[in-house]
Design a protein around this ligand. Structure first.
Ligand SMILES: Nc1ncnc2c1ncn2[C@@H]1O[C@H](COP(=O)(O)OP(=O)(O)OP(=O)(O)O)[C@@H](O)[C@H]1O
Length: 260
């Protein structure tokens, strides 16, 4: 079973001339066919972990340590991006080029990963249908501004699937989307991940999403993983105070919703 390991990742920034650790000695392993949720409070380093593993850090931060291994063999981050790891991001609207159609985006994705051929248009349409986009032929001609956030997020999932990458990083994939559409998109991500046997790193601060989708959970706090376990073990017996407070916040919300 293919595995992807992020080994000893360390990311820093400079403040007042000194190095500050944002991610510190982080190691985790994804397996195909399993969904690993990386949870933690805002600012704990979840997004930097995902971007650092792919070598696409924002300005002002740098990777000091760390390797990415595929089945135990070290990989260059620039070579695994797209080919080994596909990504779904938080704000689909900002992920698309506003002047390009969905067809142009899809063809660009296939070209980038070396899968473009005579059957490309059929493959694209089939994949769009797989993620629930009705009338793919029409949608292929649309620009981002002609589509809803939910449609764009489905298209982003379709682009991720077109790469045929065995691993998927989903960073707060439904944060900017309304609640009903959110639930459908989460179900979709779970369905395609299970059907295609993907190894998923699901970044979220929402324990409801974790309970719904994940197999395993790693909890981050201040740049480190402070607790690891199966979803059941984490919910049944959370050991670290950060895990306990994430679960308490989730249960409080749940009780409020029940009362409303
Ligand atoms: N470009 C940057 N320059 C300096 N510090 C940064 C930069 N990007 C992120 N940080 C800091 O790194 C820490 C981790 O950020 P990160 O975005 O990974 O957190 P997160 O756990 O994903 O949070 P959220 O749930 O809010 O997205 C935060 O303290 C953040 O302020």
């Amino acid at each position: 079973m293919p595995t992807l390991t992020i080994d000893d990742l360390g990311i820093t920034t400079q403040r007042h001339g000194r190095d500050i650790a944002l991610v510190d000695g982080l190691t985790l392993t994804l397996e195909t066919g399993r969904i690993l949720a990386l949870v933690g409070p805002s600012g704990s380093g979840k997004s930097l972990t995902a971007s650092g593993a792919q070598g696409v850090l924002p300005a002002g931060v740098s990777r000091r340590t760390g390797r990415v291994l595929l089945d135990g063999v070290e990989q260059r981050p620039s070579l695994i991006r797209g080919r080994t790891i596909a990504t779904i991001m938080q704000n689909p609207r900002s992920a698309f080029n506003p002047v390009k159609t969905m067809r142009a985006h899809a063809l660009e994705t296939l070209t980038a990963v070396g899968h473009r051929d005579a059957g490309s248009e059929d493959t694209i349409r089939d994949t769009m249908a797989e993620v629930g986009l009705d009338d793919p032929a029409r949608v292929l001609g649309l620009h981002p501004f002609e589509m809803s956030g939910g449609m764009l997020q489905r298209m982003m999932i379709a682009l991720a699937l077109l790469t045929r990458a065995p691993f998927l990083f989903a960073d707060e994939p439904t944060t900017d989307i309304d609640l009903v559409v959110q639930a459908r998109l989460l179900d979709l991500i779970e369905r395609v991940a299970r059907e295609r046997h993907l190894g998923v790193l699901l970044i979220t601060h929402d324990m409801g999403v974790v309970a719904r989708l994940a197999d395993d959970v790693h909890v981050m706090s201040a740049g480190r993983i402070v607790e690891r376990g199966s979803v059941r073990a984490i919910f049944d017996a959370p050991a670290h105070p950060v895990t306990q407070s994430l679960i308490a916040a989730h249960l409080a919300l749940y009780v409020d919703e029940e009362a409303a």
